[in-house]
Ligand binder design. Structure first.
Ligand SMILES: [Zn+2]
Ligand SMILES: [Zn+2]
Length: 145
């Protein structure tokens, strides 16, 4: 599954004419395999040992390129560090208030909200975001011990 997604992502990179550097490949691979909505800093720390000369700025640069060709979404939640998501299909996020973990889930019926909003406000709605907050199962089981 993740091999397939990585290959798809690499094909998209090739088609868009973006050069595939080893670092860019590694950033993409990390995003596809971790599925954890990491920050640029998380990615940097995970790849530091493979690319000792790589800086956080390089990671940001690569993320920007991947975002521009639509392979990654940048998620901002009002704090300083953006999270990066390589799941670009429509989905929602459950966010753990204790450890900050972000988990994907789908709820297609919410698409009706966009057409309702258009009718009510006269806006042309481009997209919407929804997050639910709580405590993940790992944090709950930790708290129980
Ligand atoms: Zn948690
Ligand atoms: Zn996501």
């Amino acid at each position: 599954m993740s091999d397939h997604r990585l290959q798809d992502a690499i094909d998209t990179l090739k088609e868009s004419g973006v050069r595939i550097t080893p670092q860019r490949h590694a950033v993409l691979e990390y995003l596809v395999e971790s599925m954890s909505h990491p920050t640029a800093d998380d990615i940097y720390k995970a790849l530091e040992h493979k690319f000792p000369n790589m800086s956080v700025a390089t990671v940001y640069n690569n993320l920007r390129v991947l975002r521009e060709i639509g392979l990654v979404r940048e998620l901002t939640y009002g704090d300083s560090s953006s999270r990066f998501d390589c799941n670009t299909s429509d989905h929602y996020h459950a966010i753990c208030e204790s450890c900050g973990k972000i988990v994907d889930f789908h709820y297609p019926r919410l698409d009706e909200v966009e057409s309702l909003a258009e009718q009510v406000t006269g806006f042309h709605v481009s997209h919407h975001r929804m997050e639910v907050y709580g405590t993940c199962s790992e944090c709950r089981s930790k708290a129980a011990h």
